[in-house]
Design a protein around this ligand. Structure first.
Ligand SMILES: NC(=O)C1=CN([C@@H]2O[C@H](COP(=O)(O)OP(=O)(O)OC[C@H]3O[C@@H](n4cnc5c(N)ncnc54)[C@H](OP(=O)(O)O)[C@@H]3O)[C@@H](O)[C@H]2O)C=CC1
Ligand SMILES: O=C(O)CCC(=O)C(=O)O
Ligand SMILES: [Mg+2]
Length: 740
């Protein structure tokens, strides 16, 4: 048998930077307890490099670590700590490729419109790296995300700021009333395993098989489409209304995770907002290869090859659009980056809670906060945000010092629901019928579609649903908390799930538990009403709501979803411990580059490592691993109590300083425990050295702040430079080295 290991992932942006500082601490402590921690680089850059071995020299080649990790998830010994990673949009992927090329990696350019077989091969390889490409591979289980009691206590003691809500606020969510996925959704449950074909029948009756799938018994299969005409009309209506009412316009989609359908939706918004520009220059843009799905950045990028006078003319036409359109929310008002610049800048799960936390406002062109229409075409989920907005208008902002918690149990395993639909999503090239047909020719579902419509199918496996119900019952029991299944009787898919939930709940002892099933609006209202009375309510939801709610509620309760404990108990018996429930915080990297201050809070990592150690200890009868995990939890508690989390401002304690305190408190807790005397005596001198050198270490850490930092790259950092930046205290480094 191989030695049990913890796999620690290396990712991108702020969490990757934080790892340069945190991992040496973790490795020193785990080494002292003979627990092995290995790393696995699944960063965007590493995944790009792994896709083109034949373009690289022997030394430059990297293994396909994501595929290896994916294999590991299918084994019971899997113990993976997964940090957030970039889910790249095409503009980000292109930037990463360019950076790697500039560093001497001869990888091919991204091909927008592949023609030759070679180009098609290149595009297919990049398509595997694009968007949310890591999480679906690794998440071989359902999701359990919650705020541990120590974190909740911290939020009560040191509440984050919450923008006040005015009853007169004009902010609201707006969504399609017809023609969207919600209105057309159809769903079936397979009574026996069998093949189905997804077919397109054109108006002449010719049948094209788009895809064949082998479905399992009990699998839920959905199909739905969004009408392109209805989408354009919807965008136009929202723009007109904003113009008339003087409310700012903003768009919130998830182009990263819904990597096929949402960039298309985003493209429609770009084309509608800048209608005159696309009407006038459409042919030229086609020639240049402008793709509105990549945002206005694509226009600015592609017109660079034109003579200056033509560029000026186009830019003037763009400006003319701004004149007659409503004000648009800005991503960066100083640099003039709008909501429609790049599809990955505004991601709905993070952007909507940020808006609600900020009095329901976003930033305008003048850098001032303003009321806003939050446009979210898919009505299925947009309505929950409208409920919360209404709730805040009536009851005021949530109060972190008194409010209860809404943890989540999410149906995520086996690429459940919409987040697994990318290979079954099609943009229609002509009018006709999309249908799902059984091998024997029976038509299971069908839709009349028009050119440009977006049609998609989703799969949800019975095994995943069964495990999700079990997890919900277990969580309700363990935490003695009311649980609500968010299943909407109006939705075809949810009606299928409701039937299964009723059956599977019978398989568990639910005696004494409060488990309810509700539609989304009632579920969120009930949860919020309980929340303001200090009561906790587990939300048991599908995959998209899992994603949305695990940013939405934590951001109200804790100020950020980075403080969540995020566990994926895998179907095969292993465990993945995600760190936080949010992303990779690109803004934080900008701050490091400008003033060498990293405000990334690694609390999610601390929580994940403790659970991972505990799990490793339990499974392998390794008492030391458990002691390490328990001591780490104590250290984290003390860190919160003493408020040693990173501050947002340069010159104050940052991520590196916070890691110093973690090391100090962890060493103290290990030195003080009595279960393992040898471990205690090993850590005693370390605790002492860290205590004695506190001032010196803090000084060494703060000295470097205030100047720009050089990391040698953005996507692919220079190891030596990043180490230099993230480990500036020689005193701390040498104390940690003494443990090895
Ligand atoms: N699990 C995963 O792999 C996930 C990956 N992503 C990916 O991350 C990238 C960025 O996504 P985005 O939607 O901007 O969301 P982020 O969560 O990265 O950023 C939103 C904001 O959250 C705050 N934040 C997040 N994490 C922390 C932390 N540890 N400490 C302090 N503050 C934190 C920051 O707010 P402030 O500036 O106010 O301090 C940040 O600007 C995308 O590529 C996205 O696809 C997104 C979600 C999950
Ligand atoms: O995979 C991604 O792109 C983001 C994942 C995410 O937002 C989440 O699971 O909360
Ligand atoms: Mg999310």
């Amino acid at each position: 048998m191989t030695t049990p290991k913890i796999v620690y992932t290396l990712t991108d942006e702020a969490p990757a930077l934080a790892t340069y500082s945190l991992l040496p601490v973790v490795s020193s402590f785990t080494k002292a307890a003979e627990v092995e921690v290995v790393t696995s680089d699944i960063s965007l850059a590493a995944r790009v490099l792994a896709s083109f071995p034949e373009h690289l020299s022997e030394e430059q080649r990297v293994a396909d670590t994501l595929a290896e990790l994916g294999e590991l998830t299918k084994r019971p010994e899997a113990n993976i700590i997964k940090l957030p990673n970039i889910s790249a949009s095409i503009p980000q992927l292109k930037a990463c490729i360019q950076e790697l090329q500039s560093q001497g990696y001869a990888i091919p350019n991204y091909v927008d419109e592949p023609k030759t077989d070679e180009e098609k091969d290149i595009q297919a390889r990049y398509a595997k790296v694009l968007g949310s490409a890591v999480n679906p591979v690794l998440r071989q289980g359902n999701s359990d995300r919650r705020a541990p009691p120590a974190v909740k206590a911290y939020a009560r003691k040191f509440p984050h700021s919450m923008g006040k809500w005015s009853k007169a606020s004009r902010s609201h969510a707006d969504y399609m009333r017809e023609g969207d996925f919600f209105s057309s959704e159809q769903s079936i449950t397979m009574d026996a395993a069998g093949d189905v074909r997804i077919e397109f029948v054109n108006q002449a009756g010719a049948v094209e098989v788009k895809k064949t799938l082998a479905l399992q018994e009990g699998e839920v299969f959905d199909s739905m489409f969004m009408s392109a005409k209805a989408l354009d009309a919807f965008f136009e209506r929202t723009l007109q209304e904003c113009k008339e009412d003087g409310v700012m316009w903003s768009l919130h989609v998830k182009a990263t995770m819904m990597k096929v359908s949402h960039p298309i939706v985003f493209g429609h918004a770009v084309r509608t907002f800048f209608k005159e520009v696309f009407d006038q220059y459409g042919d030229l843009f086609n020639e240049l290869g402008v793709n509105p799905n990549n945002g206005m950045a694509s226009v600015y990028d592609k017109i660079k090859t034109l003579p200056q006078s033509k560029q000026d003319e186009i830019e003037e036409a763009i400006h003319a659009c701004y004149e007659h359109r409503p004000e648009m929310a800005m991503v960066d008002s100083v640099k003039g980056i709008t909501n429609l610049h790049i599809p990955s800048d505004v991601i709905v799960d993070a952007s909507m809670p940020a808006m609600i936390r900020t009095s329901g406002q976003m930033w305008g062109r003048d850098g001032k906060q303003k009321d806003v229409k939050a446009v979210m075409p898919e009505s299925t989920y947009a309505r929950i945000y409208q409920e919360m907005i209404n709730f805040c208008k009536t009851n005021g902002a949530f109060d972190p010092t008194t409010c209860g918690s809404v943890p989540n149990v999410g149906l995520m395993a086996m690429k459940a629901e919409e987040y697994g639909s990318h290979d079954k999503t099609f943009e229609m090239k002509e009018d006709g019928i999309m249908r799902v047909v059984k091998a024997d020719g029976t038509v299971l579902m069908q839709h009349n579609v028009e050119k440009g419509d977006i049609w998609r199918a989703c799969q949800t496996k019975d095994a995943a649903i069964k495990d999700w119900v079990k997890l919900a019952v277990n969580r309700a029991r363990q935490s003695n908390t009311t649980a609500i299944f968010w299943l909407d009787a109006e939705r075809a898919h949810d009606r299928e799930l409701r039937k299964k939930v009723e059956v599977y709940l019978q398989e568990h002892d639910t005696n004494g538990l409060d488990i309810r099933v509700m539609g989304y609006n009632r579920a969120i209202r009930t949860s919020m009403e309980r929340m303001i009375r200090g009561k906790d309510t587990i939300s048991v939801t599908g995959n998209v709501l899992r994603d949305y709610l695990t940013d939405l509620f934590p951001i109200m309760e804790l100020g950020t979803s980075a403080k969540m404990l995020s566990i994926v108990p895998m179907l095969a018996g292993g465990g993945m411990y995600e760190t936080g429930a949010g992303g990779s915080a690109p803004k934080h990297v900008q701050q490091v580059l400008q003033e060498n201050h990293l405000r990334w809070d690694s609390l999610g990592e601390f929580l994940a490592i403790a659970v991972s150690l505990d799990e490793l200890g339990q499974k392998n009868n390794n008492a030391r691993a458990r002691i390490l995990g328990q001591a780490l939890d104590q250290a984290t508690g003390k860190l919160l109590e003493n408020n040693k989390s990173p501050s947002r401002k340069v010159g104050e304690l940052d991520n590196r300083g916070s890691h110093f305190y973690l090391a100090l408190y962890w060493a103290e807790a290990l030195a003080a425990q009595t279960e393992d005397a040898a471990l205690a005596s090993k850590l005693k001198p370390v605790a002492q050295a860290l205590q004695e050198n506190e001032a010196k270490i803090l000084e060494e850490l703060s000295q470097v702040q205030g100047q720009p930092a050089d990391l040698g790259g953005y996507y692919h950092l220079d190891q030596a430079k990043a180490n230099q930046v993230m480990r500036p205290s020689v005193t701390l480094n040498s104390i940690l080295d003494s443990l090895k």
